[in-house]
Write a protein that binds this ligand. Sequence first.
Ligand code: UDP
Length: 240
Amino acid sequence: MRTDVLGIGFDNVDMAEAVERAQSLMETPDTDYVVTPNPEIVWLARKNPQLRQAIDSASLVLPDGIGVIYGAKILGRPLRGKVPGADFAQELFSKMAEKGQRLYLLGAKPSVAEKAGENIKKEFPGIVVCGAADGYFKEDAPVIDKINAASPDFLLVCLGAPKQELWMYKNRDKLKVPLMAGLGGSLDVYAGVVQRAPEKWQKMNLEWLYRLIKQPSRIGRAMRLPAFLIAVMWQRVRGK
Ligand code: UDP
């Protein structure tokens, strides 16, 4: 049973369990995918039934960010903790490296995925980066063919939300990949193009504020967080 936060069901898992489940999903040949909705995506899904369906159809729905955790708490059904997508993937990389498993990186601006791949290989020797491509393509078919030819165990789809969730949902039957995950700007982080908040900020749950200071143009998106929290409180008041 998933934990409902404003119509999105979250898996109530901690990091270790999320990684364990992802590893099991990677062992089976059918294509599964992971989504990591933050409050902004939950907010978007309220008005976008396709996005909601794409999220509901995921095999693993991880609470990315403190806003979702607060939301669940306010609603009286607390989640075990946040599982940030970028951290989740890194934990998985270290397990993949032990087994020599294959990783394909899709998304971000040209050459970012390649650079991210180099850094991942340095940090997790043993992992096989079997391909990388930017996220600004026009047609899906050639991209899917390249991915299938590389035969990855795990595919990162970093096209930003909601594009990546819709892309994985739409193409899941054409992709011969046991597991993929929609991870927003993570390739920019792995490539060193964007810096994550210092650990102190992350521990204080202020990563969103750090991002906003670094990229003030995100203000419109950041304003969805208070809207999300107000909607959660309203849902609580109505007793749902
Ligand atoms: N992006 C992409 N193709 C697109 C639009 C965006 O590959 O058509 C990439 C963009 O370059 C960036 C990522 O998707 O690397 C989105 O980053 P953002 O930080 O906005 O994602 P979030 O994690 O907030 O969803």
